[in-house]
Design a protein around this ligand. Structure first.
Ligand SMILES: Nc1ncnc2c1ncn2[C@@H]1O[C@H](COP(=O)(O)OP(=O)(O)OP(=O)(O)O)[C@@H](O)[C@H]1O
Ligand SMILES: [Mg+2]
Length: 302
């Protein structure tokens, strides 16, 4: 059972549904390759927004622009958290400090450190005290450390990783490493959590657990989630909205129902002889009714 958090997991000051992030007409080139072209996107407080698209569509590049790893050549990105911040040219640590945290497509953890230390390294983003100040002002620094330590304990409870807290990350299964990586992003007390394929390489039981954790974080703590995921079953089940990229351009956006009936999207996925990202789905449930909220969508993987 989940314990009450000792301090808010979600650091946002916005009401649910308010615009939290605006990506405006961004373009990102790598030499001759245009990874993103004229992409605009809005992220709203407390939603789960999925970004989908075939391999190489530009999904990770978009997340990299939002988190400051890449800087687009054109367009701008604005983040709101009480007031607006243009983050287009900010550095990753500045953006993380504002409340945007992320996990990576290829896990980026300290493999030789324990789970607990990896989580504490995430919480560190907000710690005001450094080594010097903790020597000079022992009291406040110590109190801050205790507060973050409690916060990290809450995350350990939430993600059910108590049993592995002292294990080194490198010794864990891939699925557990993915969970720890999400925990480290949560330790940054984010308003927006960017997850790049959090379920890749997992078996169906691990995926189910991960989907449950993502829903808990979103529903119980109101944290906005931007999720890149290839598993259409999961995407259709848990997303409020979906944005679709193809060859660096946004070709569709809307609720799961809107997206799956969008001819451009169907064409991108199904038109090309199911080359890179095959799935088929049914708009009707077994009684022949349309699926109102996208939940329980029929998705078959070939
Ligand atoms: N650092 C980089 N240098 C050069 N080209 C890059 C770089 N990062 C991405 N690209 C190119 O940009 C395009 C989009 O790549 P991106 O990784 O964003 O796709 P993706 O949608 O995340 O794909 P996948 O589903 O395979 O993860 C690709 O053509 C890719 O080769
Ligand atoms: Mg990617």
């Amino acid at each position: 059972m989940q314990r009450g958090f000792t301090s808010g997991l979600n650091s946002s000051r916005l009401e649910a549904g308010e615009t939290q992030l605006k990506v405006e007409k961004i373009q990102l080139n790598f030499g001759g390759v245009t990874a993103l072209f004229d992409v605009s996107l809005e992220v709203r407080q407390s939603e789960i927004l999925a970004i989908i698209g075939p391999n190489g569509a530009g999904k990770t590049s978009l997340l990299n622009c939002i988190s400051g790893l890449y800087h687009p050549q054109k367009g701008r990105i604005v983040y709101a958290n009480g007031r607006e911040h243009e983050i287009t040219r900010m550095k990753p640590h500045q953006i993380a400090r504002l409340g945007i945290a992320r996990s990576f497509q290829n896990i980026e953890l300290f493999r030789h450190m324990t789970v607990l230390d990896n989580l504490l390294s995430g919480a560190h983003v907000h710690m005001r005290s450094n080594l010097l100040s903790s020597l000079v002002y022992w009291g406040p620094a110590q109190r801050e450390h205790i507060r973050f330590r409690r916060f990290v304990e809450d995350i350990i409870d939430l993600l059910e990783i108590e049993a592995i807290r002292s294990n080194t990350v490198g010794s864990l299964s891939y699925g557990l490493q993915k969970r720890v990586e999400m925990g480290r992003a949560l330790a940054m007390q984010p308003s927006i959590l960017l997850l790049d394929e959090p379920m890749a390489g997992m078996n169906s039981e691990e995926k189910e657990d991960m989907a449950r954790f993502i829903l808990d974080i979103n529903e119980e703590h109101g944290v906005t989630i931007v999720l890149i995921e290839h598993d259409m079953g999961v995407v259709m089940d848990i997303s409020d909205r979906i944005a679709v990229l193809n060859f660096g351009q946004k070709i569709g956006e809307g609720t799961p129902d809107e997206v799956r009936s969008n001819p451009h999207v169907v064409q991108a996925y199904l038109g090309e002889e199911k080359k890179s990202f095959p799935f088929k789905f049914s708009l009707k449930d077994e009684n022949g009714n349309g699926n109102g909220n996208g939940s329980g969508a029929q998705v078959d993987h070939d």
